[in-house]
Design a protein around this ligand. Structure first.
Ligand code: ATP
Length: 209
């Protein structure tokens, strides 16, 4: 049977519980077979990350190591140039031609979708699953969706087609962000309970370097 593959792209500078628990919620609610965590190399829409590529990938691997269906995918780190999601989806489609790709993103990321490179092509390659995020409302543009796109809050809708569906999904509300964690680290405050302890240990070492 074809697999439903979730794709969670991000800077992961660093990964935290606000990525992990919502990804698990989505996997369970939408019946995904796996979720691929894809750290981006050169974020097109933001400043350079504080942690280097290797450190961000290593922390993702540590964070997901207890969940076999969570996979670290380094393809964007291995590719030259900006990390455009449309290119990543095309390369995933080449690797998994029989499977259905589900791009997972927080509502803040979804609201900025019109600024993404060739964003209209994205829904021709995958479904999009939008996760709720505390303090973020859906932007008005989402209502002006491409005509071929169907918006639903029913996970079964992902099975009706192999791409082009937008699923709005409520997840455990965790008001955690990587920028908050970076701020705490630079001001010497504790980051305990915001991310796994193993990740925290490595992260503090990386900041001390
Ligand atoms: P930063 O604070 O540096 O902008 P971030 O915490 O938003 O980082 P990213 O790596 O940019 O983390 O996020 C990757 C993806 O995870 C994005 O789609 C983002 O919307 C989503 N995401 C991050 N944190 C949460 C959260 N707490 N709840 C739901 N989705 C989240």
């Amino acid at each position: 049977m074809n697999k439903l593959i979730g794709i969670l792209g991000g800077t992961f500078d660093p990964i935290h519980y606000g990525h992990l628990r919502p990804a698990l919620d989505i996997m369970q609610q939408a019946g995904l077979d796996e979720v691929r965590f894809i750290p981006n190399r050169k974020p097109p829409h933001r400043d350079a990350p504080r942690l280097n590529d290797q450190q961000r990938a290593e922390l993702v691997q540590l964070a997901i190591s207890d969940t076999p269906a969570f996979v670290l995918d380094r393809r964007e780190l291995q590719r030259n140039g900006p990390s455009y999601m449309v290119d990543t989806l095309q390369s995933l489609k080449d690797d998994f031609p029989d499977d259905t790709l589900c791009l997972i993103m927080g509502m803040d990321a979804f609201n900025s979708l019109p600024q993404w490179h060739r964003w209209q092509s994205i829904l021709g390659l995958c479904h999009i699953i939008v996760m709720t995020r505390p303090g973020v409302e859906i932007a008005h543009f989402a209502l002006q969706k491409p005509v071929s796109t169907v918006v639903s809050d029913q996970p079964q809708s992902l099975l009706q087609r192999t791409f082009g569906q937008i699923l709005l999904q409520s997840v455990t509300p965790l008001d955690i962000s990587a920028s908050q964690i970076r701020g705490y680290l630079s001001s010497g405050q504790s980051t305990q309970y915001l991310l796994p302890e193993t990740v925290r240990d490595k992260l503090e070492q990386a900041y001390a370097e």
